[in-house]
Ligand binder design. Structure first.
Ligand SMILES: [Zn+2]
Ligand SMILES: [Zn+2]
Length: 403
């Protein structure tokens, strides 16, 4: 290191002593010791303010090429007890730290970000396959099943268009696509298998997690979707017209009750999970719960199913408090409590009063599309048990309401 001309308080030092002082100071030696040893007329805390910057002989600025220097920093007043010595350029604004805002560093950072974005885009292309070309084909209303038609309109409404051929992601919509993660994934898989949509290469990089060399996770709710239908907006218009006119393709009638049931099941299991979480145990989601809810929905509306599940949860919470059972035990008791209460209600002809929708579980896009656009029954799809009235006459789109 070379020292430049020192200010007066260091004037008594020989060139050799000054060199030694500067070197030891910048190597981080105690200012108090240095002041004492070299007989400098200032306090240890002020030493940094009279230290000359030291040029570093073998380090040059990457921005302008001139020699770098060590700037004196007040080490003793730092809140953290010690501040790292700052190496800065003797000719331009650049200094060696991630916070440097010089034009050179800004450009380097932009280039690094660009390289990283390109690397991620390559990995996404490899992961999703394809070359970004969208092979779309014309589709007719009749070529879609009722389930596909409902899922397609729901998807378009939930995601919105980024452009003519691409939909956004389902998690940007204010309204959830469906009541559960699993049901949303099922509907999206249905549309993918029907070649109506495909995951888009335009998807945000936030839809994935990356390792050094590959994609380690993909979040389907953050993906964007390419429409594989020629003029998707026209198909949506036609589907909505046919849905609202009631003049359905014959096969749709046969599917309608099954479609009501699967949405009802998703809404019920969502409520079942909420009731569990609110009372502190993890919902036991498996065959036993599925069978119990399917049993309830055979002859109850979703609103009544809510009542049975809510009562079952109350009984379980009470039992848990009295018997001091564990949470996993309570999760199992809950399933039986719902079933037993429903069985007694059937045997003893109790009136199962419907509950309202829970404000934490608002209506989903699929519910709006199925019950408002296709069935035209609105919230009766929630509050009543729906059946197809006459499968023998499938051209009548009427739905019979039990209870
Ligand atoms: Zn420079
Ligand atoms: Zn810089």
């Amino acid at each position: 290191m070379d020292a430049t001309k020192p200010p007066t308080p260091l004037g008594h030092l020989t060139a050799e002593n000054l060199h030694s002082l500067v070197t030891r100071f910048y190597l981080g030696e105690s200012a108090k010791n240095l002041v004492k040893e070299f007989g400098i007329a200032c306090t240890a805390a002020k030493l940094h303010s009279i230290m000359p910057p030291a040029l570093i002989s073998d380090r040059f600025c990457p921005a302008c090429g001139v020699q770098m220097q060590i700037a004196a920093v007040n080490r003793t007043s730092s809140r953290y007890g010690y501040l790292p010595i700052v190496v800065r350029c003797s000719g331009c604004e650049h200094y060696e730290h991630a916070s440097c805002g010089c034009a050179f560093c800004v450009r380097v950072r932009q280039q690094l970000a660009e390289n990283e974005e390109n690397r991620r885009r390559d990995l996404i292309r490899e992961f999703l396959g394809g070359d970004g070309e969208i092979e779309s084909a014309p589709r007719t209303v009749e070529s879609l099943s009722l389930r596909e038609a409902v899922a397609f309109i729901a998807m378009v409404r939930a995601c919105g268009y980024i452009n003519e051929t691409t939909l956004g992601s389902i998690d940007f919509s204010g309204t959830p696509l469906s009541p559960t993660y699993g049901y949303s994934q099922e509907l999206i898989d249905l549309l993918r298998n029907a070649r109506l949509i495909q995951a888009s290469l335009q998807s945000s990089t936030h839809a994935f997690t990356f390792s050094e060399s590959e994609i380690t996770n993909c979040y389907f709710e953050r993906l964007s979707w390419d429409l594989l239908v020629t003029d998707a907006k026209e198909l949506v218009r036609e589907l909505e017209n046919v849905a609202l006119s009631g003049n359905w393709p014959a096969s749709w009638h046969e599917e309608s009750e099954a479609l009501w049931s699967e949405l009802a099941f998703a809404e019920s299991i969502q409520f079942f999970a909420l009731c569990s979480q609110q009372r502190g145990w993890r919902p036991n989601l498996g065959d036993a719960t599925n069978a119990m809810l399917e049993n309830l929905l055979r002859d109850h509306s979703v609103a009544q199913c809510y009542r049975i599940v809510w009562t079952g949860a109350q009984h379980t919470a009470d039992y848990k408090a009295r018997k001091n059972i564990s949470n996993p035990h309570a999760a199992n008791v809950f399933i039986g409590a719902c079933q037993r209460w429903a069985d007694r209600a059937r045997v003893e002809n109790w009136e199962v009063k419907p509950l309202r929708r829970n404000f934490e579980l608002p209506r989903t896009v699929v519910s709006y599309v199925l019950h408002d656009v296709f069935f035209k029954i609105g919230e009766r799809g929630f509050s009543e048990r729906i059946r197809t009235i006459n499968p023998a006459q499938p051209n009548i789109p009427e739905l019979m309401v039990l209870e």
